[in-house]
Design a protein. Structure first.
Length: 477
């Protein structure tokens, strides 16, 4: 008798709703087991207090409860999935393992090794497109090559889009199976981690939390284009971490935005397409993990100044918009997208420090860390990546602050030491006359640091840094 059971391996798709691998298994097999593996090869690289592990645990607990309501249960393992998945497949006696595709280089290698081990046991491995609308080479230039600039990619993405690409699929969960051995989500301590302040942040968690945030954003999406750049305003969706871990469906989001239309929804859909653009870049150019997308910029000579890097990390550069943003990420694991661009430009073009160091810092601290988007965003800011603009686009942190936090509301939230500074000086406290500083009881260098660099001078150094590389490249032509 042919085996009529399958195993679905959850990774960054922590939901039942519109889950492609799960739906395919439910439609093709009589019994469907489900598993998540806390991958020890990844966990070993993380700090012991990591909000993402708590986020995942909460999502898994909710997923398990939902499965149990349907007669199933979630198996949660702790180990190397290259050995754990085949071992579990043998234990359960399944005919196939299903998973949704992951496009990061290390994940691709991992899945290949799992598939090879399963094949040796005569167990099939099937993976599916789930975390994107279009993957790999589905959106290419007319010449059949990958795009390297976003706007042409976006136009081709929209031109290729058909109603079926945004279809959300329901499934019958009645075939979910419960193993004949006890299952439970491990406690933090058992995983080798300690509690963080995630609960204090009161951020909606799990698939239910994702649904509540999406409901809230639907009422605000029409103003997204205008409101999204202001960190003190509730203008963005706050869905990035849920999209990262798949506690909601990309098809559900994109379908809503596409159907809604209007400036706000079209702008938000464009941001979702940016995410897929960077995934496409990573797929076709995995070298960007270590190298500049534009190869000539691997020759850039970055500064190695540990004191300046520490000032950036700790939010004490003397530039309020930079410092407030860096304190936000340290306190919450979140940073507003406009601020990500500002602090990345500041690190690479004011401090002259390599984008790789900033990328690594974000990778450690961001709740929504995603390799493709993080790498793409940092290389964009550093002008080493996919960007039609030349290297002389350098953000001025003061004018950015004045434009996007005009009343200094965001600054005061994270920099209470500036509360007594008048609004007109909040963006650049060092410009106060001694009499004004004395009048408000503010002492620069004591209450708040003086700027660690002069922006105008730093800008000239950056222009010279890039010009030297361009000149060197032309000399070898």
């Amino acid at each position: 008798m042919q085996n009529d059971s399958a195993l679905v391996w959850f990774r960054r798709d922590l939901r039942l709703f519109d889950n492609t691998a799960l739906r395919q298994a439910l439609e093709g097999y009589g019994r469907v087991y489900c598993v998540f593996v806390f991958d020890t090869t990844l966990l070993a690289q993380l700090p012991r207090r990591d909000r993402r592990i708590e986020f995942i645990r909460h999502a898994l607990n909710e997923l398990d409860r939902t499965m149990r309501e349907q007669g199933g249960a979630l198996i949660v393992l702790h180990g190397d999935p290259v050995s754990e998945i085949p071992k579990l497949a043998r234990k359960l006696g399944v005919a196939a393992v299903h998973a949704n595709r992951d496009y990061e280089p290390a994940a691709v290698q991992r899945d290949a090794r799992v598939a090879e081990a399963l094949a040796g046991m005569d167990v099939g491995f099937r993976d599916f497109k789930d975390q994107v609308i279009f993957e790999k080479s589905e959106v290419m230039t007319q010449g059949g090559t990958p795009f390297s600039v976003f706007t042409p990619y976006k136009n081709a993405w929209l031109k290729r889009l058909l109603p079926g690409d945004l279809q959300v699929h329901e499934a019958d969960f009645g075939r979910l199976a419960r193993p004949d051995f006890p299952t439970a989500v491990p406690e933090l301590a058992a995983l080798g981690f300690e509690p963080t302040n995630l609960a204090e942040l009161k951020f909606p968690l799990g698939a239910s939390g994702a649904a509540s945030l999406f409901d809230d954003f639907q009422d605000r999406i029409d103003s997204y284009k205008e409101a999204r750049d202001f960190p003190a305003v509730k203008g963005v969706s706050y869905l990035s971490v849920h999209l990262r871990f798949g506690t909601l469906s990309i098809r559900q989001l994109a379908a809503f935005a596409y159907a809604r239309g209007g400036r706000g929804a079209e702008t938000w859909l464009s941001e979702l397409i940016w995410r897929e653009f960077y995934m496409m870049i990573l797929w076709h150019h995995p070298r960007v993990v270590e190298h500049c997308f534009k190869p000539e910029y691997d020759a850039l000579c970055w500064d190695e100044d540990e004191a300046l890097f520490a000032a950036w990390c700790e939010g004490r550069t003397g530039y309020p918009i930079v410092d407030a943003a860096m304190r936000q990420i340290k306190q919450s694991g979140y940073m507003h997208n406009r601020l990500r661009m500002i602090v990345a430009s500041f690190l690479t073009k004011d401090l002259g420090i390599s984008w790789r160091r900033g990328e690594a810092y974000f990778a450690e601290h961001l709740n929504d860390f995603e390799l493709a988007s993080n790498n793409g965003g940092w290389q964009w800011a550093a002008s080493t990546g996919c960007d039609a603009q030349p290297y002389f686009r350098i953000f001025n942190p003061v004018t950015q602050s004045e434009k996007f936090d005009p009343q200094g509301k965001f600054l005061r939230r994270y920099l209470p030491e500036l509360n007594k500074v008048p609004d007109k000086f909040i963006h650049a406290p060092w410009t106060m006359k001694p009499s004004d500083a004395e009048a408000c009881g503010f002492v620069l260098g004591h209450d708040y640091p003086a700027p660690v660099v002069n922006h105008a001078q730093a800008r000239e150094r950056t222009l010279a840094r890039f010009a030297a590389v361009k000149q060197g490249a032309s000399d070898h032509v």
